[in-house]
Design a protein around this ligand. Structure first.
Ligand code: SF4
Length: 84
C-alpha cells in the first residue's frame, strides 16, 4: 500500500498510519476496502517493488513515477506501413 501510494503520489509519508490517513482523505469510506485490494493486486501483478512493469500498466499515462521510456512509447504514433 505504502509503496504504490508513494509512486502514485497519493502520499509522501513512510509511516503506515500516516499513509492510511492520507488515503482516507482521498477515498470515501465505502470504497476503501476495494481500493486497498486493487492497490495490493496492482503491486503484485504490475507495479513490482524492484522493477515496475510500466510498459503494460493501465496507469502509465497518469502515473508521476512512470518509466519515462515507457511513457514516451505511449505518446508515439503507431508506425505506418510506409515507415517499415
Ligand atoms: S506506471 Fe509504473 S510506477 Fe506507475 S503505477 Fe504503473 S507500474 Fe507502477
Amino acid at each position: 500500500m505504502g509503496r504504490l501510494s508513494r509512486r502514485l503520489k497519493l502520499t509522501t509519508e513512510d509511516d503506515p498510519v500516516k499513509v492510511e490517513l492520507d488515503l482516507n482523505a482521498l477515498v470515501p469510506p465505502d470504497e476503501r476496502g476495494r481500493f486497498s485490494l486493487q492497490l495490493i493486486l496492482h503491486g503484485r501483478q504490475v507495479c513490482y517493488a524492484r522493477k515496475p512493469d510500466c510498459g503494460r500498466c493501465v496507469l502509465l499515462d497518469i502515473c508521476p513515477s512512470a518509466d519515462p521510456v515507457a511513457k514516451a512509447q505511449l505518446k508515439k504514433p503507431p508506425a505506418r506501413s510506409s515507415d517499415r
